[in-house]
Design a binder for this molecule. Sequence first.
Ligand SMILES: Cc1ncc(COP(=O)(O)O)c(C=O)c1O
Length: 505
Amino acid sequence: LLPLQEYLLARIDRERLDPLNRQLYRALRDAIQTGLLGKGQALPASRELAKVLALGRNTVLHAYEQLTAEGFLAARQGSATLVAFEADAAPMGIKADRQPAVAAALSARAQAVLSGTGRRDVPEVAAFMPGLPDLAAFPWPVWQRLLQRRQRAASPHDAAYLHAGGHPALKEALAAYLRLSRGVNCDAAQILVTGGMQQTLQLIALALADAGDCAWVEEPGYPGAKAAWLACDMRVAPVPVDVSGLNWQATSLPGPRLVYITPSQQYPLGAVMPLHRRQALLATAAELGAWVVEDDYDSEFRHHGQPLAALQGLDDHGRVLYLGTFSKVMFPSLRLGYLVAPPSLVDPLRRLQARLFREGDYAVQAALADFMAEGHFAAHVRRMRVVYARRQARLRSILAAELGCELDADWGTDLPGGFALLGGAAGMHVTLRLPVGWDDGVVSRALADIGLAAPALSTYCMGPPPFPGLVLGYAGVDDAGLTLAAVKLARLLRELGPVAHRVPP
Ligand SMILES: Cc1ncc(COP(=O)(O)O)c(C=O)c1O
């Protein structure tokens, strides 16, 4: 067989669901784009190729016609079909990494988002990935049954362009849950169901801030908040955190329009904002005319002490927007989050949401309302709280035994050398402080090379990090996987010691 025919035979698989003409089209297109077929080269006659590949002639003709219409091939009456495209010439439907100098064409806004929020070269689904729940432990059969029931019974009304801020049953279920379990002061009318935290943050900035307005964010802090607000042309000002959370009093920053905080468990270091700091922040926000954006991302999984009430419940001035996500208790690809707005903002936010993003899938939202109303949500939270607490304890004991890691360190007062674990009173991650002078980016990349996804603390910072560290999610892999990963991590850190130091300037 000729090389081209051999290549095509290898690419065509009759077991696959996509039609044979699409398979042939894609195989030929790839051959042209990668330069395997050069410009001016003649393709076999359709009849001949059909015979060699044991395909119908129409199948081949279809593929040739499509490629001709897209400019990859040129057909001339009575002569062979030729390749009309040079691998490095103008791309059409070509992968982004083949496009030359695309960075230069990006908007200043996109460049600010991409450069201002840290780049992580870690695997997406691997041990220590922060924010990743245990997806194998999710009750999929129950969820699928509820989803199918709602999809079968979907009303045509629910399939329209709606602007109620979410399915009424889900808003009711959420309001009841947030009042009871989080002390949020709300009724269902104040809730907007969104496409997840990123969309909520963007909606808030688009609604309440103009280009150039200042936003305070925690440093270190959630890169998603910075990205969402940089994308809305806000000036994002990092504000240091201490053992009590956001410490704006120590800085002289321009007054903000928006203040992003994670008071129940500072992300990623784990500080809990005490009552006096909460009250001071609310007073400052009222004085400066700022909106406080409270991200309560993982309080469901509280491992020590009583559940904490949300800061929103203390707000007498109507200046707090309370945000949550279903990514942790359910699963990230569900893409559902929510916002509890002060009454004055409900109507404009709902109208803006409908204009800018539209509303999500009401059948999915109704199924989620059922999942909550029938007790599956609470049962899953209870079950996973036990599992996650066990995994955190396992991680702690391995790091203490293998690295001499200090547990429950108070990083706010002094920063001695050596390893220390921070946070962990709630949620799905802890932060491992590395010895002074280590480069956490180097360590994180070395871990990625052995399949571990521990992002460097410096990628959560806009300036230099307060100390080098790794953020370690412990929820996403099972007990055995976590144990193995923790041992691998400790070993690598011991080996890396001598090379992890920053090169002196
Ligand atoms: C602080 C914080 N907020 C929110 C989220 C989740 O956001 P989303 O709803 O976009 O999945 C995460 C995910 O890791 C997070 O760490």
